[in-house]
Design a protein around this ligand. Sequence first.
Ligand code: NAD
Ligand code: IPM
Ligand code: MN
Length: 353
Amino acid sequence: MKTIKVASIPGDGIGQEVVPAAEEVVKAIAALHGGLSFEFTRFPWSCEYYTETGKMMPDDGLKQLTDFDSIFLGAVGDPRVVPDHISLWGLLLTIRREFEQVINVRPAKLLNGLRSPLVNPNDFDLIVVRENSEGEYSSVGGEIYQGGDQIAIQNAIFSRKGTERAMRYAFELAKKRNKKLTSATKSNGIFHTMPFWDRIFTDVSRDYPDIETDSQHIDALAAFFVTAPHRFDVIVASNLFGDILTDLGAAIMGSVGIAPSANINVNGKYPSMFEPVHGSAPDIAGKGMANPIGQIWTAKMMLDHFGEEELGSALLATIESLLADQITTPDLGGTFSTNEVTNELIARLKKLG
Ligand code: NAD
Ligand code: IPM
Ligand code: MN
């Protein structure tokens, strides 16, 4: 029996609803395999934990996570209780950074049975490779008082190593797919970092003569995501551009509640972390309305990560069968609850066995 040990962090808001749901789905699909099991260990780290302890996770939190095979996270953040920059830097962003999860992979595709808000979308199937360790997400800077004004300075940090690493990952992915890579830039307006980004893209592209490349300014690229998403295959983006683009990718699929993501530790030193694109959705938390598909598709990425692509594909196909029968939560126009969608999915998975 192959046992995969997963540290499960539901976090805040709907994370506490969709993580337990997705855990049940993972157990059901692993049971189809026979020789595979997932062992989830829950960690209560969240904004509630912060109000009790003054910390988002204990001092030895990272140490507690190190020996797991992966981390399965819901969402972090309850701005009514803890300011977002404190809660996120106290947990999610610290894990990404300290565990060197330098690449964030975020697919968006038109699933069978899904109604996209785009009126007449061509079939699209794209993956955003987001640089996940630096860029605009830096703690360098501060607030100063000068000339009678208050000024906040935020320095974006782009290293050649980090930029090249993200780009090479994206080129390798494009090689396995449709051999097309788009770089998200903004070198017309961002004076230092983005021309540097473009230069590195050109340098790295020389090692991949078979990959068709293009470079689009992020503003135009965002518009093309709406008007012609089928044009794209793999897109490589900086941390912030990738963040924004992937909520848009989720939206054109139909809902931010269905998009998955994987934070990949590429050097194998630490566990990778799997979490959906969406947040804790305080506006619907506790109502049983959260779409569990983002978290469940995220579990599919975790299955793929452990080489269980067959199970991953079966899971996605079963999700699509549910969508085709309009067994969906309200964000997709349905009337079903989180648990109803989950239970129906599990029932259909059991029938595959
Ligand atoms: P959000 O993604 O939580 O919500 C945006 C909108 O999408 C809301 O209307 C919400 O109801 C809806 N939505 C999100 N997930 C859904 C789902 N599964 N099913 C149905 N509807 C869904 O974004 P936000 O409002 O900007 O952020 C809320 C909190 O979450 C903040 O504290 C933010 O910092 C945090 N956040 C955390 C993560 C993370 O931990 N990975 C990601 C994004 C935002
Ligand atoms: C995401 C989230 C996070 C990010 C926030 C909560 C810090 O929006 O995972 O997309 O910006 O990376
Ligand atoms: Mn985001």
